[in-house]
Design a protein around this ligand. Structure first.
Ligand SMILES: NC(=O)c1ccc[n+]([C@@H]2O[C@H](COP(=O)([O-])OP(=O)(O)OC[C@H]3O[C@@H](n4cnc5c(N)ncnc54)[C@H](OP(=O)(O)O)[C@@H]3O)[C@@H](O)[C@H]2O)c1
Length: 299
């Protein structure tokens, strides 16, 4: 029986991973770490209400559990918040990862950590795991710093980089592109969407599955996880409208420059999935196909 800790178990990926691992209770004993109440809607795992930015509490709790694997899904993920609160961003996105690596070394734990396409500058697109990072935002920089400290650590680690994650879980602290576009169009509201940023969006259930595959195969190193077709965010919104039979005419294209966001965003990311296909044996599909699967869960 593997003991598995999921930090951020109240989050989008955290809850999806809980749901996946708890299908095999004979294989995994699951511990969820999050702030406040358990918001996953399930009570068939051990929930630990904890602020993981307390080094002592975090390390002591992990020592008590003696896990085989830790999934670190907790992060400060709002890009503009990170730009405005660099200290908080560093604490959760970098320092906590350092502590997790330290305790993982001490207890011989395999640490599986989540990162982002925002470590790239978005000039090239279709990024491979070996492409050179050059983050534009503080969020991207913090995630890159967390990767670099794992690269230097002497532990078994896996870094799964992902892009524009969407899905639906029990109780969500924030929305995502698919739920937001769907809800706005359902209300008949006009929305403006950038047509000069390109992404390969990721269905959270696929991301959770990739996490589980990485654990089961004990795959170490860096892997890219997303859908397999590069689309503009405007095209992504259009496909959401099509999938849910909503009025596409309400979606108006806009350029990134007119948005005036605090943190700069990379123009063109998207992942090359060759390594993920080959080493993890994982073959993500197109956004259109993923949306059809997602649709079954929300209607
Ligand atoms: N979502 C995306 O589009 C995207 C894209 C690229 C990469 N990623 C990466 O993927 C990972 C998972 O993202 P996600 O979308 O699942 O994130 P999420 O929904 O924001 O979940 C993060 C969870 O961590 C919890 N958390 C935050 N600070 C904490 C603390 N101090 N102590 C304990 N728990 C804390 C949050 O609690 P509260 O709910 O109480 O805030 C939240 O439940 C992150 O590493 C992110 O950087 C995400």
């Amino acid at each position: 029986m593997n003991k598995v800790i999921i930090t951020g178990s109240n989050g989008l990926l955290g809850q999806s991973l809980l749901n996946l691992l708890l299908q095999e209770k004979e294989k995994y004993q699951v511990f969820g770490f999050s702030r406040g109440e358990n918001r996953s809607g399930r009570n068939d795992f051990t929930y630990v209400s904890i602020d993981i930015t307390s080094e002592e509490k975090l390390k002591n709790k992990i020592k008590e559990i003696q896990p085989n694997f830790i999934f670190n899904t907790a992060a400060m993920t709002q890009v503009d918040d990170c730009e405005n609160n660099k200290e908080s961003c560093d604490l959760l996105n970098v320092t906590v990862v350092k502590w997790l690596a330290e305790i993982s070394k001490q207890l011989n734990v395999h640490l599986i950590h989540l990162s982002t396409d925002f470590i790239f500058d978005g000039k090239k697109g279709n990024y491979k795991e070996t492409d050179t990072p050059n983050p534009l935002s503080y969020y991207g920089l913090s995630k890159l710093k967390s990767e670099q400290l794992l690269l230097k650590s002497e532990i078994d680690y896996t870094i799964l980089r992902t892009i524009l994650v969407y899905g639906k879980v029990f109780d969500m602290s924030r929305s995502n592109i698919v739920l937001w576009v769907k809800s706005m169009l359902e209300k008949g509201k006009e929305i403006t969407i950038v047509d000069d940023q390109f992404r390969t969006p990721t269905y959270v259930e696929d991301l959770a599955l990739a996490c589980k595959i990485a654990m089961d195969k004990k795959a170490t190193g860096i892997y890219h996880i997303s859908s397999n077709q590069l689309l503009s965010v405007y095209e992504i919104a259009g496909q959401i409208a099509d999938a849910f039979n909503l009025d596409k005419n309400l979606i108006k294209p806009i350029s990134t420059a007119t948005l005036n966001q605090t943190a700069p965003r990379p123009a063109k990311t998207g992942f090359n999935l060759s390594k993920t296909n080959k080493v993890l044996g994982f073959y993500p599909k197109t956004f259109k196909e993923d949306l059809q699967r997602f649709k079954q869960t929300v209607i």
